[in-house]
Design a protein around this ligand. Sequence first.
Ligand code: GLU
Length: 425
Amino acid sequence: MSTNEPSTLIPAAENPFDSMISRFDEAARILNLSDGLYNVLKSPAKQVIVSLPVSMDDGSIQVFEGYRVVHNINLGPAKGGIRYSMDVHLDEVKALAAWMTWKCAVSNIPFGGGKGGIKCDPRSMSAGELERLTRAYTRAMIDVFGPEKDIPAPDMGTGPREMAWIMDQYSKLVGYSSPAVVTGKPLVMGGSKGRVEATGRGVMVACRSAMLKMGLNPYKSTCAVQGFGNVGSISAKLIEQQGLKILAISDVTGGYYNPNGINIQEAIAYSQSHGDQLLGFTGADPISNNELLELDVDVLVPAAMEDQITGHNAPRIRAKLIVEGANGPVAASADEILNQNGVMVVPDILANAGGVTVSYFEWVQNRLGYFWTEERVNRRADRNMKEAFEHVYQASMQHNCSLRIAAYIVAIDKVAQVTQLRGGI
Ligand code: GLU
């Protein structure tokens, strides 16, 4: 197993933490944030790195590196997913943790921000190996996690199965059943109705809210979605249901383009029956992931990973609206170019907040011991997203800035106010 790549090897503009800080700086300047508060809010509160020895199926022992970063807990316990990927590194986890702080603040959720990750390739590991790895990680994080302290959730490479292992391992260690320690659990063991679809649903609501402001008619609009995991596939399905034609989708096997529109239900069924991959899907012609980003569509939903749109390809983006399903898909180097070209970008910390919103509802239901109907979950989540969008939109009008900087302004202002009110520094 290769070791963690030092962050200095990542080009500055593409380093996700630098990308986060450059937007944070701009919002802090507009807010006139004092130097003291600036330093408090940009610094992660806690960074934990652990070595996780795991027995592999072939009898060998491999040591994996695991991370958890708690960025800020002024609004409430830290909240954020756990990512399993070979690309995980400390600066990525730090950026993702900070984005969770801003995401919760902008969405009016009483949580702080955290994020975790393990540098591993989950696709090449057996279920047994992944279970042993997840339990080792939970044991290593026993002093970090807790329903009142830090509540993990799924992210790239993890899902309900891993959350079930975390819940079980944590509960065994503390000696009682503790469903509220993690969200995104399977429904039968305290998960929330609507959680699986929540991020994609929020992306759809954010997309619809932005289209309304732009006067775009969904029935006359086209869309391309990059990434076909939980967020990409469900966003595509729900955006298609709004009347838009989805001209292109993609996953790790490449892009798929059909000028007449792709049938998303068919694509989802195909991917599910082919090892979660679109390879060989005949409802569209193959294109590259880069070509997908530059297609002549009205709406682009990057829902794969960070830094997909950078200073290099931003001038060639033809979409009028970008709705960020992934965290950090537009690098800071692309912001100004997209702005100048009149592309509206609904930023990640707003657009993909539907997931953490329903995670919050799951945590509330676990603590209540009383479960809501799917209709109630969706209604409350949709309302939350619409309100957050409107709040950010108004801030962008007031400060004459992009939706991204407006979202940072709303979030930083809130966390700064609470930090001052709490005092004690
Ligand atoms: N991983 C998701 C995100 O980036 C969900 C986090 C959560 O539900 O805590 O927003």
